[in-house]
Unconditional design. Sequence first.
Length: 589
Amino acid sequence: MDPVTLAVVRGALEQIGDEMDQHLIRAALSPIISETNDCAHGIYDPLTGETIAQGGLGLPMFLANMQFTVQRMIPFVEKAGGFRPGDVWITNDPYLSGTHLNDVILISPHFVDGELFALFANTGHWMDMGGGTPGGWVPTAQEIHQEGIIIPPLKLVEGGKRNEGIIGMITANVRLPQQLLGDLSAMINVFAIGQRGLDDLIGRYGVPVLKDCIAEMMSRSETQMRSYISDMPDGTYRVEDFFDNDGVVDAPLKVRLALTVTGSDLSFDFAGTDGPAVGPMNISDATTRSMCFVALKHIFPDVPVNGGAFRPTRFAIPEGCILSASYPSAVGGTTEITQRIVDVVFGAFAQAMPALAPAAPFGTTGVATVSGRRPDEGGYFVAVYPYPGGYGGSAESDGLINGTPPSSMAKFMSVEMSEHRYPVRFDHYAIREGSGGAGLHRGGCGSAYGIETLSDVLVSILGDRVDHQPFGVGGGRPAAGNSVTLHTGGKTWTPPFRSKAERVRFAAGDRFDLGSPGGGGYGDPLERDPGAIEDDLNDGLVGAEAARDLYGAVVTEDRRIFDRPVYSVDRQKTQAERDRRKSDLRRTG
């Protein structure tokens, strides 16, 4: 294989995915796609369903997940007569496609000289799919039908002609039909961008060369992933973590992982995981596997994402647990459960290869929705706020501050656009001081924001990580937990389920304050560089009390600038204080 040709073809295929991402983001009507990039695109093998290439601007959670969706859709299509030119298939069945009802998947075949060459697929988050709560996050849901409508695998477009009956059925059951129609049209039309790019590439190199390049790309990704796995010590690494509750039963839910390394093979065994949950904290096995791949990609970032990278892995996910949902389990907590899978995979890798794996990131998407009817036009609106948080520290650096969830990259909606489109006003949006876990390398800080409502609205929140904070590794400390505070009717209160609340009525002038967790710390806090502590103090990332208590720093307030303190850390006295603490620890065992 000519390496130049291979590199050009690989880059061109990935560029096709990127262009599809960009076109959908620019064309979509809903801010969940246009502002937060809640979408993804990929090219897939028409026989095996394996990923050939994917765009880099969409959500990581969808990337592997769409491979499983395509693989499970192929038999449905074959029973219906197979793929034909101009067709587009649709589904949002969470037990087949993996996530929640709002994530809608379209699949379109691409033919070359009458032969099926590839499948295009995309996923877009639709702002509302009906159900009991606008926006789709229903913390108290106990079955899927309370969350919205299920779209089974259906032929949405046949020979280039849309099935308006199916579209009418969908729009009749949602609160934002015009917005949905705009997003649907954009998702269908973007396939033309991908097909044009693929035809240009085929015209340049021909089908045989392109097929050889694709096979070589997958083979090289598999070889590279296996080489990294082979560097890990053989053995089984066990970790468990918890969700606070499922929104219906106030009891923790356990996630247990045994990661086994055998040569170049990697096995993920989730035996011992609780479930099924009574509430919506369930996901399908496809999403569980997908999130393991997302975690692997964080640890081995230079492995190209295609079907070959997934081949060295094996899975054991017990039926009926929260990580293998089946009908009619509610699945709206997908955005929460996916985060914990990343956490436990990082925790297992921290045992196997501590130099590579970071501490736990913030571990909750914490979606808040504000919904109601517009006073001027009477139509529905739904505002969705998935808040960012901190990443865990690692052997090389402090954790990322105010980052998007590792599984999604869903950006926070801009304050200006939000205040323009919805009856809300931001009281504050800031870095949450002291929320990162202490360590040799500090966890990143989360975010804090407060939103005042300007009319009568409903507010729902689905989050986690209040009772069970993101963990540190190698002596690092846990991060601050999630924080949800509501101010309604002149009272300040916390929901009974701490970070989960459904359809709370807000009047004009009411407010809610949310604080996302930081990331866990990496390594002993008493080994952190005093200069880094001084910078953290003056950047507002760590408070003076925490610097003294957690890091053993001897802190002095030198002066004030615009009523803000400026601190310095005495290096010599700090070292003496740390030596004293370490001596006390050795003496007490």
